[in-house]
Write a protein that binds this ligand. Structure first.
Ligand code: NDP
Length: 450
């Protein structure tokens, strides 16, 4: 970065930090984007004159509210929930809901900001948003989760709608939570309409939505390898997490001939040098999606595997690393270790799983690095397809949806190439940021000062 660009970046970020004090995750997400966008913005005066970067980093609105509910012992509990409606320049707000004790306004602003660019990259007409609550579903009964979801929707329903804002799942919000939320919306509004995505198949859900983020991540990874004249077939892979994104990334990687040797949760990692095959994956799905158990149970069932308590998977030598758990799960030391062990690709299923310094290490080493907003856009893309099916009142087949997902991930890869090719090297960070930015920025310029 030359001195002028670097001073513009620092000036911009100083203002952002002043306007949004203490929101460190939001600062981190904006820094990553602004560092790669600034040269492009400086070359295009129209975006500067319209103050696009300043406007794009300020959410349209944030709704924050109390969620009061009753636990199984009859005690009254209260949590804080939010919906950050970030930008609806190219379509209704769209983005997940997260239930996790670490949810704060800063975390949701980082996720909402990323979502704006990601949704733009899919080529579908979707704006960006994110929401959630500092509620921990872990250890709660189904009835407690139901009462929490009903109470949350009793407020949220005023702010969403099929042409306004369409939430989906994220960490801690899966099929069970979406069903409770949708049931309550329908009761309050007396309307059956596609106001949430990730719904059950019997009430408006789309085939392949559950699998879409994980599958899409693998399709994107395969595109990166193909571009480099290679393939993921025969490669060893480490995956972090064992939730929605991780499970289906493992499934697709295995089906495409790669060997996945790790999975994890917040208690630690399992390392299975023999690889996670379909039978073992079925066990994992049942453990995580049905029984809501802990990852060490995998090592009890399959003695070839070891349980690495409280450790992340990045010490295991692999060709491909797929962070699919949460933000900031690869730091500089992890990146060094991965590179020392010869990693060829890092492809992000989770949002912002790699700290900024670690991203820089991957870019310097010129490995294939697929940033989240491109690599995990398959989930929201199929959510967009779910909205289309709801609007048309029809359901597409599994093959139809999977083919569309394939095409969308290929197109996203192509857009990254257009804006990120630097000689023989593809900088997917620049590519994704610039391609996602242009569409939203042009719409904002066209609207004038709104
Ligand atoms: P899930 O709740 O289904 O799974 C999350 C997984 O990550 C669990 O295994 C969980 O372990 C682990 N995890 C969560 N927090 C931490 C933490 N602080 N430290 C270690 N492990 C942790 O969520 P998803 O799979 O839906 O989401 C995973 C990531 O993918 C998130 O970053 C999300 O924003 C992103 N994403 C999800 C999309 C989707 O369609 N679902 C779409 C695009 C991105 P434990 O059970 O122990 O908490």
């Amino acid at each position: 970065m030359n001195a002028t660009i670097s001073s513009e970046v620092e000036k911009f970020l100083k203002g952002l930090v002043r306007r949004n004090p203490h929101e460190i995750e939001f600062h981190q997400a904006v820094r990553e984007v602004v560092e790669s966008l600034m040269p492009f913005v400086l070359e295009h005066q129209v975006y500067r004159e319209a103050q696009i970067l300043e406007r794009m980093t300020e959410p349209d609105r944030i709704v924050s509210f109390r969620v009061t509910w009753e636990d199984d012992s009859g005690s009254i509990r209260a949590n804080r929930a939010y919906r950050v409606q970030f930008n609806n320049s190219i379509g209704p707000y769209k983005g997940g809901l997260r239930f996790h004790p670490t949810v704060t306004q800063s975390v949701l602003k980082f996720l909402g900001f990323e979502q704006v660019l990601k949704n733009s990259l899919t080529g579908l007409p979707m704006g960006g948003a994110k929401g959630g609550a500092n509620f921990n579903p872990k250890g709660k009964s189904d009835r407690e989760v139901m009462r929490f979801c009903q109470s949350l929707m009793t407020e949220l329903h005023r702010h969403i709608g099929e042409n306004t804002d369409v939430p989906a799942g994220d960490i801690g919000v899966g099929a069970r939570e979406i069903s409770y939320l949708f049931g309550q919306y329908k009761r309050l509004e007396n309307r059956f309409t596609g106001i949430l995505t990730g719904k059950g198949l019997s009430f408006g859900g789309s085939l392949v939505r559950k699998e879409a983020t994980g599958y899409g991540c693998i399709y994107f990874c395969e595109n990166m390898f193909n571009q480099a004249g290679d393939s993921i077939k025969g490669k060893t892979v480490s995956v972090s997490g064992s939730g929605n994104v991780a499970l289906y990334a493992i499934e697709k990687a295995h089906s495409m001939g790669a060997k996945v040797v790790t999975a994890s949760d917040s208690s630690g990692t399992i390392h299975d040098p023999e690889g996670i095959d379909y039978e073992k994956l079925d066990f994992l799905k049942d453990l995580k999606e049905v029984k809501r158990g802990r990852i060490h149970e995998y090592a009890q069932k399959y003695p070839a595997a070891t349980f690495l308590e409280k450790q992340r998977p990045w010490q295991v030598p692999v060709d491909i690393a797929l962070p699919c758990a949460t933000q900031n799960e690869i730091d500089q030391n992890d990146a060094e270790l991965l590179l020392k062990n010869g990693v060829k690709a890092v492809c992000e299923g989770a949002n912002m799983p790699t700290e900024l310094d670690a991203v820089r290490q991957f870019l310097r080493a010129k490995i294939l690095y697929g940033p989240a907003k491109a690599a995990n856009a398959g989930g929201v893309a199929v959510s967009g397809l779910e909205q289309s099916q709801n609007a048309l009142r029809l359901s597409w087949s599994r093959d139809e949806v999977d083919t569309k997902l394939h095409t969308i991930m290929k197109d996203i890869h192509q857009k990254c190439l257009e804006h990120g090719k630097q000689g023989d090297f593809v900088n997917y960070v620049d590519g994704a940021n610039i391609a996602g930015f242009i569409k939203v920025a042009d719409a904002m310029v066209a609207y004038g000062a709104v």
